[in-house]
Design a protein around this ligand. Structure first.
Ligand code: AR6
Length: 346
């Protein structure tokens, strides 16, 4: 999965490069900075850091990782939050962008970032997160790299209050709808005599006549197809339908797998196996990438043996976005993560 949002201590993450929220002066500060120096070896790392000298906000410098489980440490200095009118967002974007560009030059396959500036430097966490995700996703549209966004405390992940409220409401509405249909299912199948009481409402009559019609249709379907012909009716597999959708979208493969937060290797496996059985998460990620409608998405999932569940929090978050035609997988992943759900991609 190219972008992984994980909750961990950054010094415990295994990546080629660990990014440190450095002090502009060659000294050891608090937070991530302290954790990184302690894990790498304080004295020796400080010697390298002193050779570099001061680092400007938005800029980066590289040192070896020493005892840290990585190849290099990229030290970057984030902006101090002063209300947002002092180029804070631009400087923060530079921290991420410059680190990613340097990581690419160093031929790193993976890099781990803390949420820069959201500790001592007081940057609002929702803004910092949105900025980080947007710069990282832009980079991943043209590069293959594993990027970990490491979140330490749960509070770091407060996305826009309005959006969260909206998503929560959406979940409960759908949940209620499902429960209602479950709870009234048996009473809708009352015997004929009891169903057609004089006091039945017009709605009740309409429902009963609809049920009669559908049972006729079901019987007709069963009698008009033999079992053999039914089985031999070939439906497209998940892979065939996916490739058809890709063709009709006009999108190139790299755009499809990158927008699905998926690595190239997995996509090649799917492409080369007509009977590929994806995980549900993968099938959904591809549906998002192809910007499928709700119906198209359900159809594609069905071909892999999956359905959208109205009582699954994660499915409802995803459908919230799809129903509003918001297809940025990283925005969806931020909300999934906030709700403790697995993120999309693979
Ligand atoms: N692993 C991952 N994230 C962490 C860890 C950890 N071990 N420890 C803290 N965080 P900060 P800044 C989170 O303060 O705001 C230093 O004194 C933390 O919860 O590390 O950019 C330097 O010397 C927060 O969400 O960095 C600088 O002077 C995020 O990492 C100054 O602080 C960033 O918090 C830099 O401040």
């Amino acid at each position: 999965m190219p972008l992984k949002i994980v909750r961990n201590d950054i010094v415990k993450v295994k990546a080629d490069i660990i990014v440190n929220t450095a002090n502009p002066r060659p000294v050891v500060g608090g937070g991530t900075d302290k954790a990184v120096y302690d894990a790498a070896g304080r004295e020796e790392l400080l010697r390298y850091r002193k050779e570099i000298g001061d680092i400007e906000p938005g800029h980066i410098a590289v040192t070896p990782a020493l005892a840290l489980n990585a190849r290099y440490i990229i030290h970057t200095v984030g902006p101090i939050w002063e209300g947002g009118e002092h180029s804070e967002l631009e400087i923060l974007s530079d921290c991420y962008r410059n680190s990613l560009i340097r990581a690419d030059e160093l031929e790193a396959e993976s890099i781990a970032f803390p949420l820069i500036s959201t500790g001592v430097y007081g940057f609002p966490k929702d803004k910092a997160l949105t900025t980080a995700v947007s710069v990282i996703s832009e980079f991943l549209m043209t590069h293959d790299m594993e990027v970990y966004l490491v979140v330490f405390d749960r509070k770091s992940f407060m996305v826009s209050e309005d959006l969260m409220h909206d998503v929560d409401e959406y979940i409960s509405d759908n949940y209620v709808a499902e429960k209602i249909s479950e709870e009234y299912e048996t009473s809708m199948r009352r015997p004929e005599g009891r169903r057609r009481k004089r006091s039945d409402s017009a709605q009740g009559l309409m429902e009963s006549s609809l049920m009669d019609t559908s049972s006729i249709l079901v019987n007709e379907t069963i009698t008009s197809y033999s079992l053999d012909s039914f089985i031999s009716r070939k439906e497209k597999t998940f892979q065939q339908k996916l490739l058809e959708l890709i063709d009709s979208s006009g999108k190139k493969d790299p755009e499809v797998y990158r927008k699905a937060n998926m690595d190239r290797k997995l996509f090649s496996k799917i492409r080369s196996n007509v009977n590929y059985q994806p995980k549900k998460n993968t099938a959904i990620a591809l549906s998002i990438s192809l910007e499928l409608s709700e119906e198209q998405m359900k159809d594609l999932l069905m071909r892999a043996g999956y359905a959208i569940s109205v009582s699954s929090v994660s499915d409802q978050i995803i459908m919230y976005f799809v129903s509003r035609r918001k297809y940025n997988i990283n925005d969806i992943n931020v909300v999934l993560f906030e709700h403790g759900q697995p993120i999309l991609g693979s």
